[in-house]
Design a protein around this ligand. Sequence first.
Ligand code: C5P
Length: 218
Amino acid sequence: KDIPVICIDGPTASGKGTLADEVAQALGYVVLDSGMLYRASGLAAQRAGADLDDGQAVAAIAARLDLHFSRGRVLLGDDDITDALRLETTGLLASKVAAHSEVRHALHQLQLDYRRLPGLVADGRDMGTAIFPDAPLKVFLTASAATRAERRYKQLISKGISASIAGLRQDLEARDLQDKSRKASPLAPAADARELDNSALSIEESKDLVLDWWAQAG
Ligand code: C5P
Protein backbone atom coordinates (compact mmCIF):
# COMPACT_ATOMS: atom_id res chain seq x y z
CA LYS A 1 0.00 0.00 0.00
CA ASP A 2 2.98 2.32 0.43
CA ILE A 3 4.03 1.67 -3.14
CA PRO A 4 2.87 4.51 -5.41
CA VAL A 5 0.45 3.84 -8.28
CA ILE A 6 -0.75 6.03 -11.11
CA CYS A 7 -3.93 4.74 -12.79
CA ILE A 8 -4.72 5.57 -16.39
CA ASP A 9 -8.19 4.43 -17.42
CA GLY A 10 -10.27 5.31 -20.43
CA PRO A 11 -11.96 4.12 -23.61
CA THR A 12 -10.49 2.16 -26.50
CA ALA A 13 -7.67 3.79 -28.47
CA SER A 14 -7.51 6.88 -26.25
CA GLY A 15 -3.73 6.52 -26.03
CA LYS A 16 -3.55 4.96 -22.54
CA GLY A 17 -0.81 2.50 -23.41
CA THR A 18 1.46 5.10 -24.96
CA LEU A 19 0.90 7.56 -22.12
CA ALA A 20 1.43 4.86 -19.48
CA ASP A 21 4.73 3.84 -21.10
CA GLU A 22 5.93 7.45 -21.33
CA VAL A 23 5.04 8.29 -17.73
CA ALA A 24 6.56 5.05 -16.44
CA GLN A 25 9.75 5.66 -18.36
CA ALA A 26 10.07 9.20 -16.98
CA LEU A 27 9.64 7.95 -13.40
CA GLY A 28 11.41 4.59 -13.75
CA TYR A 29 8.18 2.80 -12.78
CA VAL A 30 6.78 -0.62 -13.72
CA VAL A 31 3.87 -0.75 -16.22
CA LEU A 32 0.74 -2.89 -16.02
CA ASP A 33 -1.12 -3.25 -19.33
CA SER A 34 -4.21 -4.87 -17.85
CA GLY A 35 -5.96 -5.08 -21.24
CA MET A 36 -3.23 -7.50 -22.31
CA LEU A 37 -4.32 -9.89 -19.53
CA TYR A 38 -7.92 -9.85 -20.78
CA ARG A 39 -6.73 -10.25 -24.36
CA ALA A 40 -4.50 -13.21 -23.41
CA SER A 41 -7.36 -14.76 -21.43
CA GLY A 42 -9.68 -14.43 -24.41
CA LEU A 43 -7.11 -16.04 -26.72
CA ALA A 44 -6.38 -18.83 -24.22
CA ALA A 45 -10.09 -19.57 -23.81
CA GLN A 46 -10.67 -19.55 -27.55
CA ARG A 47 -7.70 -21.85 -28.19
CA ALA A 48 -8.89 -24.23 -25.47
CA GLY A 49 -12.27 -24.37 -27.19
CA ALA A 50 -14.08 -23.04 -24.10
CA ASP A 51 -17.62 -21.66 -24.24
CA LEU A 52 -16.94 -17.90 -24.06
CA ASP A 53 -20.34 -17.30 -22.47
CA ASP A 54 -19.43 -19.57 -19.55
CA GLY A 55 -17.81 -17.22 -17.03
CA GLN A 56 -16.60 -19.99 -14.75
CA ALA A 57 -14.98 -21.97 -17.55
CA VAL A 58 -13.16 -18.90 -18.90
CA ALA A 59 -12.17 -17.85 -15.36
CA ALA A 60 -10.56 -21.25 -14.74
CA ILE A 61 -8.43 -20.68 -17.84
CA ALA A 62 -7.61 -17.06 -16.87
CA ALA A 63 -6.50 -18.22 -13.42
CA ARG A 64 -3.93 -20.56 -14.99
CA LEU A 65 -2.61 -18.24 -17.71
CA ASP A 66 0.80 -19.54 -18.76
CA LEU A 67 2.28 -16.22 -19.93
CA HIS A 68 5.96 -15.59 -20.54
CA PHE A 69 7.72 -12.45 -21.72
CA SER A 70 10.95 -12.76 -23.61
CA ARG A 71 12.82 -10.33 -25.89
CA GLY A 72 9.76 -8.21 -26.51
CA ARG A 73 7.59 -11.24 -27.39
CA VAL A 74 4.65 -12.61 -25.42
CA LEU A 75 4.26 -16.38 -25.19
CA LEU A 76 1.17 -18.27 -24.12
CA GLY A 77 2.50 -21.72 -23.33
CA ASP A 78 4.60 -22.43 -26.43
CA ASP A 79 2.62 -20.11 -28.73
CA ASP A 80 3.91 -16.68 -29.67
CA ILE A 81 0.78 -14.51 -29.32
CA THR A 82 2.51 -11.10 -29.67
CA ASP A 83 0.86 -10.26 -33.01
CA ALA A 84 -2.49 -11.90 -32.23
CA LEU A 85 -2.76 -9.81 -29.04
CA ARG A 86 -2.97 -6.52 -30.99
CA LEU A 87 -5.72 -7.57 -33.43
CA GLU A 88 -9.06 -5.78 -33.08
CA THR A 89 -10.78 -9.19 -33.13
CA THR A 90 -8.76 -9.98 -30.00
CA GLY A 91 -9.89 -6.70 -28.43
CA LEU A 92 -13.48 -7.73 -28.99
CA LEU A 93 -12.77 -11.19 -27.61
CA ALA A 94 -11.21 -9.56 -24.52
CA SER A 95 -14.21 -7.31 -24.07
CA LYS A 96 -16.49 -10.35 -24.19
CA VAL A 97 -14.64 -12.37 -21.54
CA ALA A 98 -13.96 -9.24 -19.43
CA ALA A 99 -17.71 -8.86 -18.86
CA HIS A 100 -17.71 -11.97 -16.62
CA SER A 101 -17.18 -11.10 -12.95
CA GLU A 102 -15.55 -14.55 -12.45
CA VAL A 103 -12.90 -13.67 -15.02
CA ARG A 104 -12.24 -10.27 -13.42
CA HIS A 105 -11.90 -11.98 -10.06
CA ALA A 106 -9.47 -14.57 -11.48
CA LEU A 107 -7.17 -11.77 -12.75
CA HIS A 108 -7.41 -9.54 -9.67
CA GLN A 109 -4.43 -10.79 -7.64
CA LEU A 110 -2.20 -11.03 -10.72
CA GLN A 111 -2.80 -7.30 -11.29
CA LEU A 112 -2.07 -6.42 -7.64
CA ASP A 113 1.24 -8.28 -7.95
CA TYR A 114 2.47 -5.66 -10.43
CA ARG A 115 2.56 -3.12 -7.61
CA ARG A 116 6.29 -3.14 -6.99
CA LEU A 117 8.88 -0.54 -6.04
CA PRO A 118 9.68 2.07 -7.06
CA GLY A 119 6.11 2.42 -8.35
CA LEU A 120 3.52 1.38 -10.93
CA VAL A 121 1.65 2.95 -13.82
CA ALA A 122 -1.46 0.85 -14.48
CA ASP A 123 -3.51 1.17 -17.67
CA GLY A 124 -6.99 -0.23 -18.23
CA ARG A 125 -10.68 0.37 -17.61
CA ASP A 126 -11.05 -0.20 -13.85
CA MET A 127 -7.59 0.49 -12.41
CA GLY A 128 -8.86 3.45 -10.38
CA THR A 129 -12.34 2.13 -9.59
CA ALA A 130 -11.68 -1.53 -8.71
CA ILE A 131 -8.04 -2.65 -8.65
CA PHE A 132 -6.12 0.25 -7.04
CA PRO A 133 -8.84 2.40 -5.42
CA ASP A 134 -6.26 3.92 -3.05
CA ALA A 135 -4.04 5.24 -5.89
CA PRO A 136 -3.02 8.85 -5.23
CA LEU A 137 -3.39 9.79 -8.91
CA LYS A 138 -6.13 8.52 -11.23
CA VAL A 139 -6.32 9.81 -14.77
CA PHE A 140 -9.35 9.22 -16.98
CA LEU A 141 -8.00 9.64 -20.49
CA THR A 142 -10.39 10.44 -23.32
CA ALA A 143 -10.28 11.67 -26.89
CA SER A 144 -13.10 12.22 -29.36
CA ALA A 145 -14.24 9.15 -31.29
CA ALA A 146 -13.12 10.84 -34.53
CA THR A 147 -9.61 11.39 -33.14
CA ARG A 148 -9.34 7.87 -31.82
CA ALA A 149 -10.49 6.33 -35.09
CA GLU A 150 -8.06 8.48 -37.05
CA ARG A 151 -5.12 7.53 -34.82
CA ARG A 152 -5.94 3.84 -35.13
CA TYR A 153 -6.26 4.29 -38.91
CA LYS A 154 -2.79 5.86 -39.18
CA GLN A 155 -1.32 3.07 -37.04
CA LEU A 156 -2.73 0.38 -39.32
CA ILE A 157 -1.85 2.13 -42.57
CA SER A 158 1.75 2.60 -41.37
CA LYS A 159 1.92 -1.16 -40.89
CA GLY A 160 0.61 -1.70 -44.41
CA ILE A 161 -2.80 -2.89 -43.20
CA SER A 162 -5.77 -1.39 -45.05
CA ALA A 163 -8.75 -0.11 -43.06
CA SER A 164 -11.58 2.41 -43.22
CA ILE A 165 -11.90 5.22 -40.68
CA ALA A 166 -15.68 4.80 -40.54
CA GLY A 167 -15.37 1.06 -39.90
CA LEU A 168 -12.74 1.56 -37.21
CA ARG A 169 -14.87 4.20 -35.49
CA GLN A 170 -17.84 1.84 -35.49
CA ASP A 171 -15.71 -0.95 -33.98
CA LEU A 172 -14.32 1.16 -31.18
CA GLU A 173 -17.67 2.69 -30.31
CA ALA A 174 -19.23 -0.78 -30.15
CA ARG A 175 -16.48 -2.04 -27.83
CA ASP A 176 -16.77 1.04 -25.59
CA LEU A 177 -20.52 0.58 -25.33
CA GLN A 178 -20.00 -3.05 -24.30
CA ASP A 179 -17.37 -2.01 -21.69
CA LYS A 180 -19.54 0.82 -20.29
CA SER A 181 -22.76 -1.11 -20.05
CA ARG A 182 -21.56 -4.30 -18.35
CA LYS A 183 -22.36 -4.90 -14.67
CA ALA A 184 -18.87 -6.02 -13.55
CA SER A 185 -16.51 -3.03 -13.17
CA PRO A 186 -17.86 -1.02 -16.11
CA LEU A 187 -15.71 1.57 -17.82
CA ALA A 188 -16.27 4.79 -15.84
CA PRO A 189 -14.11 7.48 -14.26
CA ALA A 190 -13.43 7.04 -10.54
CA ALA A 191 -15.06 9.76 -8.42
CA ASP A 192 -11.60 11.17 -7.67
CA ALA A 193 -10.18 10.81 -11.21
CA ARG A 194 -8.80 13.76 -13.16
CA GLU A 195 -10.17 13.80 -16.69
CA LEU A 196 -7.76 14.43 -19.52
CA ASP A 197 -9.04 14.91 -23.07
CA ASN A 198 -5.97 14.52 -25.26
CA SER A 199 -7.68 15.10 -28.64
CA ALA A 200 -5.65 18.25 -29.24
CA LEU A 201 -2.54 17.36 -27.23
CA SER A 202 0.73 15.74 -28.25
CA ILE A 203 2.01 12.71 -26.33
CA GLU A 204 4.67 14.96 -24.81
CA GLU A 205 2.07 17.48 -23.59
CA SER A 206 -0.11 14.76 -22.05
CA LYS A 207 2.91 13.23 -20.34
CA ASP A 208 4.04 16.57 -18.89
CA LEU A 209 0.54 17.24 -17.58
CA VAL A 210 0.39 13.87 -15.81
CA LEU A 211 3.88 14.36 -14.37
CA ASP A 212 2.77 17.78 -13.03
CA TRP A 213 -0.29 16.19 -11.43
CA TRP A 214 1.93 13.49 -9.97
CA ALA A 215 4.29 16.07 -8.47
CA GLN A 216 1.26 17.74 -6.84
CA ALA A 217 -0.19 14.45 -5.60
CA GLY A 218 3.12 13.15 -4.20
O1 C5P B 1 -7.08 -1.80 -23.41
P1 C5P B 1 -7.36 -2.96 -24.35
O2 C5P B 1 -7.92 -2.54 -25.66
O3 C5P B 1 -6.18 -3.86 -24.49
O4 C5P B 1 -8.47 -3.81 -23.60
C1 C5P B 1 -9.15 -4.87 -24.24
C2 C5P B 1 -10.48 -5.11 -23.54
O5 C5P B 1 -10.21 -5.68 -22.25
C3 C5P B 1 -11.31 -3.87 -23.25
O6 C5P B 1 -12.19 -3.55 -24.31
C4 C5P B 1 -12.08 -4.26 -21.99
O7 C5P B 1 -13.25 -4.96 -22.28
C5 C5P B 1 -11.14 -5.23 -21.28
N1 C5P B 1 -10.46 -4.62 -20.16
C6 C5P B 1 -11.14 -4.55 -18.96
N2 C5P B 1 -10.53 -4.05 -17.86
C7 C5P B 1 -9.28 -3.59 -17.93
C8 C5P B 1 -8.58 -3.61 -19.15
C9 C5P B 1 -9.20 -4.12 -20.27
O8 C5P B 1 -12.29 -4.94 -18.88
N3 C5P B 1 -8.70 -3.14 -16.82
